[in-house]
Design a protein around this ligand. Sequence first.
Ligand SMILES: *Cc1c(COP(=O)(O)O)cnc(C)c1O
Length: 380
Amino acid sequence: MSAFDPFALAAPGLRQLKPYQPGKPVEQLERELGIRDALKLASNENPHGPSPLAVAAVRAKLDGVNYYPDQHAFTARLAGHYGVAPECITLGNGSNDVLDLVARAFLVPGTNAVFSRHAFAVYPLATLACSAEPRAAAPLPADHPSMPYGHDPAALAAAIDDATRVVFIANPNNPTGTWLGEAALHDLLARLPTHVVVVLDEAYGEYARALEAAAGGERWPDGLRWLDEFPNLVVTRTFSKIYGLAGLRCGCAVSSPAIADLLNRVRHPFNANSLALAAAGAALDDTGFVERSATANAEGLGVLAAGFARLGLGTIPSRGNFVCVDVGRDAEPVYQALLRDGVIVRPVANYGLPNHLRVTVGRSEDHARVIDAFARALAA
Ligand SMILES: *Cc1c(COP(=O)(O)O)cnc(C)c1O
């Protein structure tokens, strides 16, 4: 009898799957270097913390954690907020969870999922977990005049074939921050065939809307408005970014009731926990917190981009709460030097961007420190 070999027994997609690499936690860096006051701008978290209303709601809910979460009530609440029927909502343990549900509902071996080359790492992971083929479409070129490294709608459409079941589009995209405007996105949705489900990942939509308005641009496209027009559309939202609840894990998909019914068949009951739901409900109410976060982000993004420009570094245009900076050489040593200086940013070589680092917009008092640390790291 041969030796037990779990790798040979695993689902075929898992053999190619490289696990998600999270940003380095602050505590870990401080322990490793024996420092304090490390600054983490690596995971696009809201630097202003959770809303105080969300914290109070979690405290109030703690005594009730012996009960299973009331997802029904929260779903109704969310449906009201979005102006859709409750049957359109699928709750997630973070939006990562619902991306996975879409993959599990529609991808099997022999099918493929299409996304743009520098897109969110979870799309190929969710695809490979179903042993389907991840298919990266060519991005816009690095020297594109307005949207370097951005999604190329023509390339995305061209990558689709009869075996495609899912297209993932993050708008704006992570890690590049690039985006599709209302007209371009609508055109793309209109040309996708009806044998594909299209996921519009709006994790940064609230930031983008404020940035678009500040730039005096066209209206930011809100995917929820297109659900009636495109029955194959799934819009995903999260409480991890502007709502400041990344550690609690809450997100959702909004789609036709027919798609939501399928997603709910593979969803674990009670996937979003009661503390997360309590916090998310309170965070929805705190519109002032969301507005202040969006305004501070728009300012901070400008400060960061200007600071990098002073260092002679280019940045990719962003509608998110982060910016990708081109350090003009292998970014790994620069990343390491920044770590030694107590500043954690995100390497994006695994996204096909080896010369870039992604920096989350921090608090206003953080940005001078970040730019100074980059200056030192580049001089080292
Ligand atoms: C951060 C992010 C998410 C959110 O993930 P959660 O699981 O909700 O924390 C989703 N999509 C993209 C593109 C992201 O960058």
